[in-house]
Design a protein around this ligand. Structure first.
Ligand code: SF4
Length: 335
């Protein structure tokens, strides 16, 4: 780290300023009202690669369906996936379900309380184990996610390797309030030290920051591939035709989506288009309101049951844009 903050006094000032700011300015998010490890764990898994607004929408509903870890452990996988539908990255839901079973079977339904023990559970890595242990159990362990990484690198004024980031996060950690400190770092990255145009004038740690702005960009090659795909949206009598992805598909196995077609139906222009990115591919998605081709094998799902169906993220996006599902909430920052 840059010498500007690599003194005990500098780090103490950093902690004090950051926590004072967090106490005053943190967002009122539903999972912050409880230190119950089940709720902390659920929110941390949901927040991985998903916008806060989408998580808020699903968090309450998921807890309504599975209010305890025992309920989750005894649920059938399709019910868990349906409750997860719209959050994407369904492997997280499967791992969550698997971990719930382990906690109930091997720990009597009580969460292990240290990061090291938590890491032995399915789907819980270095970040998540430290987040749960610090927030729910006050263990003095740091976290590094995308937001913390950005803050630390800007404060340091240089790019840091993964191990350097974890070491720096550990040096800055406030041992008297580790859970709050970790959340404060993530909150700072989410709403002040944002990827573009950070708000340095209102930043609580501006005095300790070596960059005070965006770090110079690296020369990373653009590696996203581009692809165009076509879907048919066929709605009749309050039902929509969906197809199920193969159970052995490598992505989103068993989830429901609109029928994809390689030939554009009739001479139609698309009803609408949208963009969607999955891992390294950017899709231009064209949606045609038309009758599905006769060879298409699918299922007519009543529109009022769609919320309980395990839809792919893209299917949900299309159905929202088409007005078949209600629109989602909007929020401007990610965490
Ligand atoms: Fe980020 Fe600006 Fe604060 Fe530095 S001063 S941590 S760049 S918001």
């Amino acid at each position: 780290m840059a010498s500007r903050v690599e003194t005990n006094i500098g780090r103490q000032q950093f902690r004090k300023s950051l926590l004072a700011w967090y106490d005053l300015h943190r967002r009122d998010l539903p999972w912050r009202t409880s230190r119950d490890p089940y709720r902390v764990w659920l929110s941390e898994i949901m927040l991985q690669q998903t916008r806060v607004a989408a998580v808020i929408e699903h968090y309450h509903e998921f807890l309504r369906r599975f209010p305890t870890i025992e309920k989750l452990a005894s649920a059938r996988e399709p019910s868990v996936l349906a409750a997860w539908s719209g959050l994407g990255y369904y492997r997280r839901a499967r791992m969550l379900h698997a971990a719930a079973k382990v906690v109930v079977r091997e720990h009597g339904g009580k969460f292990p309380s240290s990061a090291e023990q938590l890491r032995a559970l399915p789907g819980i890595g270095r970040y998540t184990s430290s987040a749960i242990a610090s927030i729910a159990f006050d263990e003095s362990v740091p976290v590094v996610d995308g937001n913390v990484e950005r803050v630390l690198q800007r404060v340091a004024g240089k790019r840091l390797s993964e191990e350097q980031l974890w070491q720096a996060a550990g040096r800055f950690l406030d041992h008297s309030r580790p859970g709050d400190f970790n959340q404060a770092m993530m909150e700072l990255g989410a709403i002040v030290c944002t990827p573009r145009a950070p708000q340095c004038l209102t930043c609580p740690v501006v005095a300790q920051c070596a960059t005070r702005g965006e770090l110079a960009a690296t020369n990373r090659p653009a590696s996203q591939k581009k692809r165009e795909i076509h879907y048919v949206l066929d709605c009749r009598d309050g039902k929509v035709l969906l197809v199920r992805r193969p159970l052995d598909a490598s992505l989103m196995a068993g989830m429901w989506e609109l029928p994809e077609v390689s030939v554009i139906p009739g001479n139609h222009n698309p009803s609408f288009t949208l963009r969607h990115s999955i891992t390294v591919t950017d899709y231009a998605v064209k949606v045609f309101r038309a009758a599905v081709p006769p060879e298409c094998r699918g299922k007519w799902i009543p529109e009022d049951r769609l919320r309980r169906v395990a839809l792919t993220g893209l299917a949900r996006k299309i159905l929202r844009k088409a007005g078949v599902l209600p629109p989602t909430l909007k929020i401007s920052h990610e965490r």
